[in-house]
Design a protein around this ligand. Structure first.
Ligand SMILES: [Cu+2]
Length: 108
């Protein structure tokens, strides 16, 4: 046999990285799908006011939160996700209602 390298995607040592933009008033992308396990979210505020980044699991329990992302900054959050339909949103007053909501589907 040769020395073929076999990448080991999805191992605990290497969380997937998902890049997200937050701005007035939306997240981009609006729909994210990842496999279960560790995921690192790199959230960049490309807007001009502060935003937050929360992840609620299918039972509406918050499983991860970035409490403040200032304009021009990138904050990182690593969470271990289980399968199911999650919701990403900004919890500053009125922001979710204005469109700062995204769907996070966790499926094998
Ligand atoms: Cu916001």
């Amino acid at each position: 046999m040769g020395l073929a390298l076999s990448p080991r995607w999805g191992t605990a040592a290497a969380p997937r990285i998902v890049k997200v933009k937050a701005f007035e008033f939306a997240y981009e992308p609006k729909q994210i799908t990842v496999p279960p396990g560790a995921v690192e979210f790199d959230v960049t505020n490309t807007g001009s006011i502060e935003h937050t980044f929360l992840i609620d699991d299918p039972a509406k329990k918050t499983v991860g939160k970035i409490a403040s992302i200032l304009p021009g900054k990138t904050e990182k959050l690593t969470v271990t996700l289980r399968a199911g339909a999650h919701t990403i949103y900004c919890d500053l007053a009125g922001h979710r209602e204005a469109g700062m909501i995204a769907s996070l589907k966790v499926q094998p």
